[in-house]
Design a protein. Sequence first.
Length: 268
Amino acid sequence: MSCFETFQAYALRSLGFGERLLPRSDFTLCDQFVLIGSGLIWNVYFGVIAIVTGFFFANALAVAKNSPKRWLRSPANGFIFVFRGSPLFIQFFFAYFVFLSLKSVSPVFDPLSAAWLGALIVLFLNTSAYSAEIFYGALRSIPKGDLEAADAYGLSGWSRFRRVIWPTMMRLAWPSYTNEAIFLFHATTLVFFSGFPAWRQKGDALYYANYFADKTFNPFVPYPILAFYFILLTLVIIGLFGVINTRLNRHMPQELRRKIRIRPQLIR
C-alpha cells in the first residue's frame, strides 16, 4: 500500500471513516504518521471546544469571585478550589463513575459516558477553573488610574465593565491564558487513558502512538511522531493567540506591550 493509499484509508479513521481494521504488521513510517495524525483530530476537538466554552464560564467565575456579594463569591471560590486542587486524571475517573451511575438511571444520560461529551465536560470544567484564577488575578491587577479615568468619563455598571475593565483584564491575562490553552491541548491526551473508552478502537493521537509502541516494541518512533504533532499544534496556538495579544495591546507603546512567554507546567 502506497503512502497516498494509506492516507485515503486511515486519515479519517478516528472519526469512523475509511478502513475499519488497524494494520497488524509491517508498519511503515507513513502508517504511523497518518494514524497518529488522524487521532489528533480528537485532541483538537476536545481542546477547541473546551477552550471556547470555558473562556466564557471562566470570565463569569472571575467576576463572581471578585464580587462583594458572598452568595456569588463563595460558590465561585469553591468551584475553583476543587478543580484546581485535584488532579485532572482523578477528575476524569470520578466523572466517568458518576456518568455511569446516571446512565443506569435513565437512557437520557447515555451520551455522558462517551468520551466526546463526558470527557469534554471534565476538560471544560477544569480549564474554566484554571482560567478563572488567571482572569481573577488580572482583574485585581487593573491599574487604579484606569478605573479613575472610567469614573471621570461617567462610565458605570455594564458600560464601565465592557469598555474599561474587561479589555484591560484580557490584556493583562492573555499571556498566562495562552499557556493555559497550550497545556489544555496537551492534557487532552489523558482522555482515553482515564476511563472513557475508545469506541471501536477510534482514539486520539496518544491512543494510536501507544498501539504502535505495543505492536512494534519500539516506542522511539511513534512517540516522537506524537511529540512532533503537538509541537506543530503548540506553534499554531502561539500564532493565533499572539495575533489576539497584538490586537489587545495595539494601543500600548511598543516597550510596554506584554509579550507571550511560554511557561510549561510539569504537573496539572
